[in-house]
Design a protein around this ligand. Structure first.
Ligand SMILES: Nc1ncnc2c1ncn2[C@@H]1O[C@H](COP(=O)(O)OP(=O)(O)O)[C@@H](O)[C@H]1O
Ligand SMILES: [Mg+2]
Length: 147
């Protein structure tokens, strides 16, 4: 049996504006192969949706103004270089409600971005992004390829 070990890679960035966070995410997504899962964690207003917009832009979504938190629809799908599935778990409490979305069906079908990823357990490969609010305009953003 072959054991595959990934070396854990953690990167930490400080951004000082919405635009900087957007560009950081955009740059990250430019190298995506099309099956990435991005798990976004951070408080309300920390910048998860800004980060998701940057990802969308990096994947080639033209009108990123249409990219917004799918708080009511739960999942938004955008067409770009790959399909992009944008999920927001903010309003969901029970794990049964979360599994009802059936979002795991999208695994391998495109890029998946999950806001409020604290609410799920996900054991497969993913890009974990944690955003911390330092002050009004400054964020610490940690990006790692495992928990
Ligand atoms: N460095 C920064 N990075 C991201 N957003 C920032 C930053 N500084 C200020 N902001 C502001 O914080 C808010 C983030 O909102 P949003 O992305 O909707 O948060 P969330 O989706 O995490 O609730 C926006 O109003 C944005 O302009
Ligand atoms: Mg949001």
């Amino acid at each position: 049996m072959e054991t595959k070990r990934h070396q854990q890679k953690i990167e930490e960035y400080i951004t000082n504006s919405e635009q900087e966070t957007f560009l950081l995410a955009k740059k990250l997504a430019e190298d995506f192969k099309g099956n990435e899962v991005v798990l976004l964690k951070g408080a309300l207003g920390s910048g998860k949706t800004v980060f998701a917009k940057g990802i969308a832009s990096g994947l080639g979504v033209k009108d990123i103004h249409h990219v917004c938190s799918p708080s009511y629809t739960l999942i938004n799908v955008y067409q770009a270089r790959f399909p992009l599935f944008h999920i927001d778990l903010y309003r969901l409490e029970k794990s049964s409600e979360i599994s009802d979305i059936g979002w795991e069906d999208y695994l391998g079908e495109g890029v998946i971005i999950v806001e409020w990823a604290e609410k799920i357990k996900f054991n497969l490969d993913a890009i974990h992004v944690t955003i911390e609010m330092n002050d009004k305009n400054q964020r610490t953003i940690r990006i790692s390829n495992s928990v």
